[in-house]
Design a protein around this ligand. Sequence first.
Ligand SMILES: [Zn+2]
Length: 341
Amino acid sequence: MKAVFTDLHKGHDPKRFILRGKFARGEERPERAERLTAGLRAGNHELVPSEAFGQGPRLGVHSVDYLRFMEEAAAEWQTLADASDEVLGNVHPVRRGGTMPQSITGRAGWYMQDMACGIGPDTWLAASSATDVAVTAAELVIEGERAAYALCRPPGHHAYRDAAGGHCFLNNTAIAAQYLRSVHDRVAILDIDIHHGNGTQDIFYDRADVLTVSVHADPSRFYPFFWGYAHERGTGAGEGANLNLPIPVGSGDDAYVAAVEAAAKTIAAFTPGMLVIALGLDASADDPFGGAKVTAAGFRRAGEAIARMGLPTLFVQEGGYLSDQLGPNLTAVLGGFEAAA
Ligand SMILES: [Zn+2]
């Protein structure tokens, strides 16, 4: 299938996040894209460049003030005395409402929900280019491709309408799904990243026109901890249009594939015009986050189950971190899809 990609992600190379109380080297590194493009080449997928769609598709999901913060934060941060090279909020208005301050330190805390989303000088370029990658791939499917793949980096599914978090800044999956709503009455999102797609869920939580389904490690012991539970089913008009399928940490191929197959039944009943897959590969047994011990064979089976839904399908890259299996796992899931499509 056609795979959309741009080199504009490269300048975004977050150096640190807080892990177990220590500064750790960021896992969301530019080398991920090299491994993923190697996986695409191994599967004989055709790499095509992204096109620029401007701010319009982003505004379909994110607030104006948040987009402005994302664009301006890195430069304003440098006006602080002795600032680091990355914006990292450390004071957050957790569950207490509050008022937006003028200080960049305060605004960073307002718009960042954790300390795994440092904003460097080139983060806006990378994140905004990633939304173009997603929309370009969406356009390919609108124009008639059975499926397309978007190599988005940084990932997006932990990003809310107005908040970054978990290595994510702009929600590429949500932006693509919202964009697809211009041609389809109903769009379904299936998130198979090992982390719950909390940002995506929140963005569509009160809507009946976008079904959000997520397969992920049980959040009671896994990031993002506070969301991703089975009782979260949507609200208002969106009641019933969100489904979480948590699986035990480390559960392996069968549990993972069974959850994808269960998701497929809910998606079929929703009768969407298109399917967006938030394609995290960090359920891999070899991933540094080690969430579900899924093998390449398991990813291939997941790809087959996705294809059997028979829907025009857009794959949007989410997580999946450095290991020798990162590229082969991408080859496996897309290969499984094409074999069963
Ligand atoms: Zn993840």
